[in-house]
Design a protein around this ligand. Structure first.
Ligand code: NAP
Length: 441
């Protein structure tokens, strides 16, 4: 008997789960339900526009989406068009793969001032997400502060300082390119509350900052530890040693070498974002690292800036009718199991850490859990309507879903519209995506 599974949203965790389900030795139908007409979630709206190679994983996801047992339902929002409980009543298992695409509050005084953005908002903006394409941030400022020392902080800093030429073969939307490349921005301060050895960015990203066309990295030699100390795995030690070696190479770089500078600042925790209504600067307290944590030492300094991006981590939004751990920003779950027939994978399960591939084990585990529960006689299967029930409900409510084939037509139009050398020109407005389909009718 066939098991029916609905996966909510279509980012990496969703596709890895679908892939594990169809590869298992058990018949199942898998329906991937996404609120936008476009699949791939963070691959499309999270990965930096100049990291096209990282996005290539979508090719494997597209194969999964076209498997006989898988169907993509784009443009259908669970919680709005169809309630989660309704979905649970229709499918043997529902998998939440809704990610963690929201900004986590930093709790810093002044974070609500004009010119302060969370990285989720800012990254979605420069990646052409339909919900953020009208953000219109004023990036025409001489200096900007990026809070945080993770890969998102480094992505944001890099996208802000790359030249039009460096971005020409990317899918950076025209509106973002116009704002960024006409900006007077010269100095970006990337500030970490701990030291270079505790920074979370990976070495490829860090090295890239030393190879930019019109921007030079700056670091104060007094902030660089001589070596990597303390207990850690060999892997972690190797990664940190690589970063330390790269940071040391930045010491000799001259500020006048290029037009723009990214300043790597460490041991500084943000205390307050100041300014009338618009941000005018950030006050920091210097820190030292004690037992792995940043500890203020009572010395303060200010950085003047016209824009702040808080790249201090993401969080998830609570999911309707589902227990939520507000502190951790995840759905309450026991190794992925949320409730009978309800599972969580990816960032909504374990928080916003890890790279794209980190979602693969989540998907595999969820598939194993679903199949073992439903192939043992503990949980009844195929008593629910599954895909047929979903189709009937959508017809009754007049919900227009986008199939994977239809998405491919939108994708073809994006590729056809792309500038020379760019992979695609993203549609950023949903009605423009749907117009492509009306044209082809
Ligand atoms: P992250 O790696 O957790 O980094 C968050 C940074 O914010 C840390 O430096 C953290 O400092 C700092 N921070 C948190 N709260 C703060 C506060 N109140 N004040 C000052 N600093 C604060 O998160 P992320 O950069 O958002 O990345 C999320 C995940 O996506 C990561 O696993 C990342 O590797 C992945 N990602 C990967 C890539 C890539 O592979 N190229 C690109 C983008 C994202 P502490 O360390 O002191 O807590």
């Amino acid at each position: 008997m066939t098991i029916s599974i609905a996966i909510v949203w279509s980012g990496p965790a969703a596709f890895y789960t679908a892939d594990a389900l169809i590869k298992a030795d058990c018949p199942c139908v898998v329906d991937i339900i996404e609120r936008l007409p476009t699949p791939y979630g963070l691959i499309r709206y999270g990965v930096a526009p100049d990291h096209e190679k990282t996005k290539n994983v979508w090719r494997a996801f597209a194969k999964t989406a076209q498997h006989d047992h898988v169907r993509f339902y784009g443009n259908v929002e669970i919680g709005r068009d169809i309630l989660l409980n309704e979905l649970r009543n229709m499918y043997d298992a529902v998998v939440l793969a809704v990610g963690a695409g929201s900004d986590r509050s930093t709790g810093i005084k002044g974070e609500d001032k004009k010119g302060v953005f969370g990285s989720a908002t800012f990254v979605n903006w420069y990646n052409g997400h339909p919900d953020f394409c009208n953000l219109n941030p004023d990036v025409n400022v001489e200096s900007a502060v990026v809070l945080g020392n993770g890969n998102v902080a480094i992505d944001v800093a890099r996208v802000l300082v790359k030249t039009p030429d460096e971005m020409s073969k990317t899918d950076l939307p025209e509106y973002a390119s116009n704002s960024i490349h006409n900006s007077i921005l010269r100095d970006v301060y990337m500030v970490g509350r701990r030291g270079p050895n505790e920074a979370k960015y990976t070495n490829v990203e860090l090295r890239e900052m030393g190879q930019l066309e019109n921007c030079v990295p700056q670091i104060d030699v007094s902030q660089i530890p001589s070596s990597v100390q303390g207990e850690m795995s060999d892997r972690d030690r190797r990664l940190r040693e690589k970063n330390l070696a790269t940071i040391k190479e930045f010491v000799d770089r001259k500020p006048e070498e290029k037009e723009k500078r990214v300043h790597f600042l460490y041991y500084s925790q943000p205390i307050e974002i100041f300014g009338e209504n618009q941000v005018e600067g950030v006050r920091f307290e210097k820190t030292r690292v004690q037992n792995g944590r940043a500890e203020g030492i009572g010395e303060y300094f200010d950085i003047k800036c016209g824009m702040v991006i808080a790249a201090t981590g993401y969080t998830s939004k609570p999911v309707q009718d589902t227990p939520f751990d507000h502190k951790a920003g995840i759905v309450k779950n026991d190794d992925g199991l949320v409730d009978k027939g309800l599972y969580a994978v990816g960032w909504i399960k374990r928080g916003p850490t890890g790279v794209i591939g980190s979602n693969k084990p989540d998907g595999k585990l969820a598939a194993e859990q679903i199949l073992s529960r439903h192939t043992s006689n503990n949980e009844s299967r195929n008593k629910k309507g599954g895909r047929e029930a979903l189709n009937a409900l959508m017809a009754e409510r007049n919900i227009r879903s986008i199939s994977f084939k239809q998405w491919q037509l939108i994708e073809e139009a994006e590729i056809a519209n792309a500038n020379d050398g760019a992979p695609r020109k993203k549609f950023v407005i949903i009605s423009d995506m749907l117009d492509v389909l009306n044209r082809d009718l």
